[in-house]
Design a protein around this ligand. Sequence first.
Ligand SMILES: [Zn+2]
Length: 130
Amino acid sequence: MNWGKVLFMHELPVTGEILKTVLKHAKWNKVSKVVSVCLQIGKLSDLEDEWIQHYFDYLSKGTVAEGAKLKIERLPIVIQCQSCRLPHNVEASQLAEWTCFGCGGKQGELISGRQYYIKDMEVQSCERFD
Ligand SMILES: [Zn+2]
């Protein structure tokens, strides 16, 4: 089984997409400053936490998200067997040798592991009540 194509992902475009989404939400909600962003990233993506933060800092300069702290949670890699539909939690190192423990099949579909989500954002609003 060839997993080469699912392992390919670059930090910079992904971080740009994350920032774009953060800024869109910030605008809708009239946010004056984004304090932190909680991200969920699949374990299979090659995104390194410190590089995501580094790129985010670089890309967010001059926006309401400048200086925001990223909190990154990793989501497990899950493969579903194509014959018996049994889902398996696996580590990246086990992918090449993967065999279904239910039916012994070797054809699996990756259903989690390379996605990225914005789970939550901590913000300061423009509206003042003083
Ligand atoms: Zn199976």
